[in-house]
Design a protein around this ligand. Structure first.
Ligand code: HEC
Ligand code: HEC
Length: 252
């Protein structure tokens, strides 16, 4: 039902009040046409669910030679399947995966979310890092340097409103702004402009009313969308109470 013109408009101008921002300052006119035609051809006409990444044009000639590792990348075989339960082919695949694919594909799928790997000084992630539990994440042992920002601050004493705000923030905002409010999580690092660091001086200088306003109305042309049709005034106010307490914003 979408016409090419409507799609070009949406990418060029964005959709105010939603997270669809304008790309006119990021992509040229021809680039916007190319990406729209690609979406139309690839997904709307051909109905493809995924786009091949490992192509020769992307710098991956003959990726098929790693076929044995595909089931681990695609999550068809859990990475922690006991070695003796793997066929010889799968064992080769698991080894390739651990050496060459894990850096991007991370752990793929695992059965047990506990201690996954034995310490392997040359492998990555290292030192039995697990996403679960209270293990301190750091760039050395962490499966990703972003993990440290996916931890919410511990609220020692919090009011019921702040707790409510915490639940709402972590469910709606942390995806872009990170659980710790810094915007230095995986998604946040890729968005342009970056999600604002909610622990920083700019937000500290904002009054509660100003914060409420920006959350209600969003920031046009960025992925910061308007939340007024999604969250009630009470909910937004609870989120602001949470931001103030969790990110230690001393208000003047
Ligand atoms: C530099 C990062 C990187 C490395 C290293 C990497 N991959 Fe990928 N892989 C990707 C990305 C990005 C995608 C696309 C993901 C998507 O579309 O959801 C992908 C997708 C895939 C797919 C789905 C089909 C496709 O081409 O999109 C398979 C299968 C796959 N990778 C296997 C592997 C195997 C096996 C290895 C190790 C030999 C490997 N990958 C190493 C980044 C990487
Ligand atoms: C889809 C990603 C995304 C989500 C989800 C999101 N934001 Fe944002 N937010 C952004 C971006 C990007 C900016 C910075 C825009 C800029 O630099 O102009 C931003 C900016 C802000 C600012 C700073 C405003 C200013 O004037 O400096 C606040 C406060 C904020 N967001 C709060 C929230 C709250 C609260 C939620 C959840 C209800 C939320 N955001 C959800 C992407 C997001």
């Amino acid at each position: 039902m979408l016409t090419r013109t409507a799609m070009l408009d949406a990418v060029t101008q964005g959709k105010p009040g939603t997270a669809m921002k304008s790309f006119s300052s990021v992509l040229g006119v021809t680039e916007i046409q190319q990406v729209v035609d690609f979406v139309q051809h690839e997904f709307m006409e051909q109905g493809r669910t995924n786009t091949e990444y490992h192509t020769p044009e992307n710098g991956w000639p003959d990726h098929e030679r790693y076929r044995a590792a595909f089931p681990f990348a695609l999550g068809q075989i859990a990475l922690d399947t006991p070695w003796e339960q793997l066929t010889p082919d799968q064992q080769i695949g698991q080894r390739i995966y651990m050496n060459s694919c894990i850096s991007c594909h991370d752990r793929g799928r695992v059965q047990e979310d506990g201690v996954i790997w034995d310490a392997r000084p040359l492998s990555y992630p290292r030192n039995n890092f697990s996403f679960q539990g209270d293990r301190p994440a750091d760039a050395q042992t962490g499966a990703s340097p972003y993990a440290v920002h996916d931890r919410r601050p511990v609220l020692a004493a919090a009011t019921a409103t702040q707790r409510h705000g915490e639940t709402l923030f972590q469910a709606n905002c942390a995806f872009c702004h990170a659980a710790d409010g810094t915007g230095k999580n995986w998604i946040g690092s890729f968005l342009e402009p970056h999600p604002r660091d909610l622990t920083g001086s700019r937000v500290r200088a904002m009054t509660d009313d100003e914060l409420m306003q920006v959350v209600r109305n969003g920031l046009p042309g960025t992925t910061m969308s308007a939340w007024k049709k999604v969250l009630t005034a009470e909910e937004i106010s609870a989120i602001v109470a949470y931001i103030n307490s969790a990110f230690k914003l001393e208000k003047k």
